[in-house]
Design a protein around this ligand. Sequence first.
Ligand code: NAD
Length: 332
Amino acid sequence: MRIAFYDAHKYEKKIFDEMNEKFRHDITYFDFQLNENTCMTAKDFDVVCVFVNDTLNDTVIKQLKEFNIKMIALRCSGFNNIDLDSASKNGITVVRVPSYSPHAIAEHTIGLMLSLLRKLPQAYVRTRGANFSLEGLIGRELFEKTIGIIGTGQIGKVTAEILKGFGCNIMLYDIYQDHKWADKNGFFYYPLQEVLQSSDIITLHCPLTDQTKHLINFGSVNLLKKNCIIINTSRGALIETTALIKALKLKKIAGAALDVYEEENTFFFTDWSDEILNDDTLARLLTFPNVIITSHQAFLTEEALKAIATTTLKNISDFDKKETLSNIVLTA
Ligand code: NAD
């Protein structure tokens, strides 16, 4: 099939090309995102292949329909950036990669926790400049800390299981509770408020929905312990960033590590080092010594990229051959 591949980066082109030797699709890579300004480029393709920061609103989807695009192939698991009602009305099938490597995201989550608790970014910068002083680098241990896991799907579960190995106390919150898995691991589910009030570390692993938007907000930050750190490797808008900044400024919490940011579309995956950063909220976040930001990097492992490429290309082949689709978000 003819695939228009948006927001393409060198690291994924190489792997998609390797995997495509088996599937033999005709892929055109665009380094820009799909949105209202760029959707004209989807003409003469069968499929658009998109990632987390492409915008598929009603206007874009109507345009895709006019171009006779048959499928939107997400090469990620989340689908909060697609107007599914519009895709349904316009008869466009949507597929995704529901699972590629929960370990990739869970391990990055742990990396962020340890980096923040042990001040590893500061230590790295210091020793590179031949400053071997330990002043100001006292850290905190994960052992026996209480960790609140919000969302116990694939990634939340792996994260909880890894943290069990560190000797942490795990508190779970999810609207759908997997008691069989929790019992097996000696974990328990609690009401959200109790998890927020009791945790030394809160880590977010639920999808972005109307219900979860700004789950961490001006009200909920007031419930957190003073030594609490927040980790978000899920979706930026789970946190009301202005509330987080206020809590950090007032020292109501001890820090945050974010792999995602509410307004990341414009910035993440792009080199802005030569530009003026015209987002004051992001700029403010970058000034805190107790904030670590990575730019939506948690998925970025060799293992995960190979799995993403294989599943995406197979989704498209199955659709082409009219075989049963297993990773459907929406069937036309
Ligand atoms: P999943 O679907 O397996 O699990 C999500 C869990 O969240 C489910 O158990 C669900 O019941 C729960 N949930 C839904 N609504 C909730 C609510 N209102 N409150 C509490 N829990 C709720 O998804 P997953 O594979 O574990 O992925 C989790 C999220 O991680 C994705 O939605 C995506 O946003 C994010 N993600 C980020 C990256 C990255 O690179 N940073 C990569 C992949 C996924």
